[in-house]
Ligand binder design. Structure first.
Ligand SMILES: Cc1cc2nc3c(=O)[nH]c(=O)nc-3n(C[C@H](O)[C@H](O)[C@H](O)COP(=O)(O)OP(=O)(O)OC[C@H]3O[C@@H](n4cnc5c(N)ncnc54)[C@H](O)[C@@H]3O)c2cc1C
Length: 422
C-alpha cells in the first residue's frame, strides 16, 4: 500500500490518479481472532491500531455495523481540548492532546488538527473565580491556560457582543492555545488505514447481534456475516453501549443514551479563528467555531431526554440559534444549512469507562458524553493497553464501572446527563 507523500501526489497527478491503492482492505471475516473490537468509530479503530502498534497483537478485527465513520466520530463538532480539572480526567485528556499533536505524522494521514485555541468565556465575577480556579489547576498540571480580561478577549474576537445591553456580559475568558479542531472523517480513515497496514481486519456491514458462550465463557460474537470467535472482546460502540452490552449479559450500566445536535451555517468569509465556548449563568452552554470551508459550526445542550433517534428537536435548534445570535449578533441573518444529532452514552458523572467488566473476556470503552472525539487517541491507547495486559494503564485506572459504589465518582462539572444538576 502506498505511503502518502508529495512525490506520490505529483506522480499521480501526471498519471491520471491511477496509482492509488485501496485505503484499507475489505477482507472476509476469519473464524478466530485474538481480539475483536466491536464498533468502527474513532475509539474502536484507535484501539485496534494501538493493539497492533504498541502490543504487537495483530490478529485483530474491528467489527462495524455500518460503515467506518458513520457514527458519532463523523457527527461531532470536532473540538479538541484538555481543560479538565478533576484528577483522572486532567492527565488523561492532556495525554490525548499530546497524541493529537503528532497524529498526522503518526498515521501518515492529514487529520487536519488545527490548534487555533479555545476561549471559554465567563460572564460574572463568580464566573471569573471558577475560571481562575480551573486555569490554575490546569497550569499546576502542566497544561497551558491563560486568564484573559474582557479587553484581551475583545482584541481577539471583536465580533462577540461587548455592548452594555448584552444578555450575558463578557467579563473575560480562559484561553487554551493548544486546543483546536480536527477533521472528524480523517481521524476515522487515518486510524483505519494505519491499523489495516498492521494487519487488522476491518469488517464493515457486520452488525454484532449476539454473543457466543461456551462453558460459561464468552468465546465470540454472532454477526450479520456469521460467527466470529475471539479470546478477548472489546466494546467501543458509543451511543449503542447499553444495547450491545445487554446482549452480552451486562445489564444496568450507569449510562443513559441522549441525543446531541450539531449545526452548520452557510459558508462565510473568515470570521472566527478560534473556538468560543459559552457557559451561561444558571444553565445553558454552547460553542462556535468556523470550519475550514467557512461554515459556522455550533453546538449546545443535549435534547435532555433519553432517545436513540439520530435527529434532534426544534426547541434545541431555537435555543442554540439564540445562543449563537446572543454571542455574535452579526450571525443573526446567517442561514443554517444543516443540522443533525448523534447518540451520546452519558455516564452519571460525565467521565468515561475504560475497564474490564464482570465478564472476564469482555472489556468496556464507553461513557464519553459530550467529549469523546478529543479523547480518541488516548482512549485507543489506554483501551489497547487494558485489553493486552488485562489490567488498566495508569491513565485509565480510575475509569472503572464500580467507582460509584466506591464513592469515587469523577464529577466533572456540567458534563453528565443532567448538566444543571452537577
Ligand atoms: C453533535 C455532537 C457533537 C459532538 N462534539 C464533540 C466535540 O466537539 N468534541 C468532542 O471531543 N466530542 C464531541 N462529541 C462526542 C464524540 O463524537 C463521541 O464521544 C465519540 O465520537 C464517541 O466515540 P466513537 O467515535 O468511537 O463513536 P462512534 O463513531 O459512534 O462509534 C461507535 C460505532 O459502533 C457501531 N456499532 C453500534 N452497534 C453495533 C453493533 N451491534 N455491531 C457493530 N457495530 C456497532 C456504530 O455503528 C458506530 O460506528 C460530539 C458528539 C455529537 C453527537
Amino acid at each position: 500500500m502506498s505511503r502518502y507523500s508529495v512525490w506520490q501526489v505529483l506522480k499521480n497527478g501526471f498519471t491520471g490518479q491511477t496509482g492509488w491503492s485501496r485505503v484499507w482492505r475489505d477482507p472476509e471475516p476469519k473464524p478466530h481472532y485474538d481480539v475483536i473490537v466491536i464498533g468502527g468509530g474513532g475509539h474502536g479503530l484507535a484501539t485496534a491500531y494501538y493493539l497492533a502498534r504498541n502490543h504487537g497483537i495483530r490478529n485483530v478485527a474491528v467489527i462495524e455495523r455500518g460503515w467506518i465513520g458513520g457514527g458519532n466520530v463523523g457527527r461531532n463538532t470536532t473540538i479538541v481540548r484538555s481543560n479538565y480539572m478533576i484528577p483522572g480526567n486532567t492527565e488523561f485528556y492532556e495525554f490525548s492532546v499530546k497524541l493529537w499533536e503528532q497524529l498526522s505524522h503518526e498515521l501518515n494521514y492529514n487529520v487536519m488538527f488545527s490548534q487555533r485555541g479555545q476561549l471559554s468565556l465567563f460572564h460574572s465575577p463568580a464566573g471569573r473565580d471558577a475560571a481562575a480556579r480551573r486555569a490554575n489547576i490546569m497550569r499546576s498540571n502542566g497544561i497551558d491556560a491563560e486568564l484573559l480580561t474582557r479587553d484581551q478577549v475583545r482584541s481577539r474576537v471583536p465580533h462577540l457582543d461587548f455592548s452594555d445591553s448584552a444578555r450575558f456580559p463578557i467579563h473575560g475568558a480562559v484561553l487554551q492555545r493548544r486546543a483546536g479542531t480536527a477533521r472528524h472523517d480523517a481521524v476515522a480513515w487515518g486510524y483505519a488505514r494505519a491499523a489495516d497496514r498492521l494487519g487488522v481486519d476491518i469488517l464493515q456491514n457486520c452488525e454484532v447481534t449476539g454473543f457466543i458462550r461456551e462453558a460459561g465463557r464468552l468465546v465470540g460474537v454472532e454477526t450479520a456475516r456469521g460467527e466470529i470467535r475471539a479470546d478477548r472482546i472489546g466494546l467501543a460502540v458509543a451511543g449503542s453501549t447499553s444495547h450491545v452490552a445487554r446482549l452480552a449479559g451486562l445489564d444496568n450500566l450507569p449510562i443513559e443514551s441522549h441525543k446531541l445536535q450539531a449545526f452548520v451555517s452557510e459558508p462565510l468569509k473568515p470570521l472566527l479563528d478560534m473556538v468560543v465556548a459559552f457557559a451561561g449563568v444558571g444553565g445553558g452552554h454552547g460553542y462556535i467555531s468556523q470550519s475550514d470551508k467557512g461554515g459556522m459550526v455550533f453546538g449546545g445542550d443535549l435534547d435532555l431526554y433519553p432517545s436513540y433517534a439520530q435527529r434532534g428537536n426544534l426547541p434545541v435548534v431555537e435555543e442554540v440559534a439564540a445562543m449563537a445570535r446572543m454571542l455574535m449578533p452579526c450571525l443573526g441573518r446567517v442561514r443554517l444549512l444543516r443540522h443533525w444529532a448523534g447518540i451520546m452514552d452519558m455516564s452519571m458523572d460525565g467521565s468515561p469507562f475504560i475497564c474490564r467488566t464482570p465478564i472476564d473476556e469482555l472489556y468496556l470503552n464507553a461513557g464519553w458524553c459530550y467529549g469523546g472525539f478529543k479523547a480518541t487517541p488516548a482512549s485507543g491507547w489506554c483501551f489497547a493497553h487494558t485489553i493486552a495486559n488485562q489490567a488498566p494503564h495508569d491513565l485509565n485506572a480510575r475509569f472503572t464501572l464500580d467507582r460509584y459504589a466506591a464513592g469515587l465518582a469523577i464529577d466533572e462539572k456540567g458534563a453528565g446527563p443532567t448538566p444543571k444538576a452537577h
